[in-house]
Ligand binder design. Structure first.
Ligand code: AMP
Ligand code: ZN
Length: 134
């Protein structure tokens, strides 16, 4: 998309530190890293959220995530990772082009797990939610 910042990075109009690229996806270092090696993986096709991607576009994207994690593992030897994405404004998404954050984790880095993102005590009735899926 013309004015999408990540599409512009894809077209080389905005500089970035690309660390992985294939036919469908690429990964580059986050400009404001939250960890050493913090990278984002994006589909080349413009999609705001995962719901804008066709099913056949998911597998290449996940493969790119795995390849990028492999490169980070090789170059930086982290002790673990957090991998995920902010989807929608409520989920903290700022850039409206789907991007999967890869956060290398290092022993003693002081960070938390995915569970530390949200802990809403008002909405914990698992039974009520489970009923909606029956
Ligand atoms: P979010 O949409 O909240 O999941 O995060 C967007 C991420 O994109 C942030 O972590 C930004 O630091 C990162 N970002 C924004 N612009 C650039 C850029 N030009 N190059 C690299 N990373 C960027
Ligand atoms: Zn885009």
């Amino acid at each position: 998309m013309e004015d999408c910042i990540f599409c512009r990075i894809g077209r080389g109009k905005i500089p970035s530190h690309k660390i992985y690229e294939d036919k469908n996806s690429f990964a580059f270092l986050d400009i404001h890293p939250h960890a050493k090696g913090h990278a984002v993986v994006i589909p080349k096709i413009h999609a705001v959220t995962i719901f804008d991607l066709e099913e056949k576009q998911m597998q290449p994207l996940m493969l790119a995530v795995k390849k990028t994690m492999g490169l980070l593992q090789k170059k930086l030897q982290p002790d673990g990772f957090n991998v995920g994405w902010n989807s929608g404004a409520a989920g903290g998404q700022v850039v409206p082009h789907l991007h999967i954050h890869i956060l290398p984790r290092y022993n003693g880095d002081g960070g938390g797990s995915i569970h530390s993102i949200i802990k809403n005590p008002r909405e914990k009735d698992v039974e009520e939610v489970a009923k909606l899926f029956r």
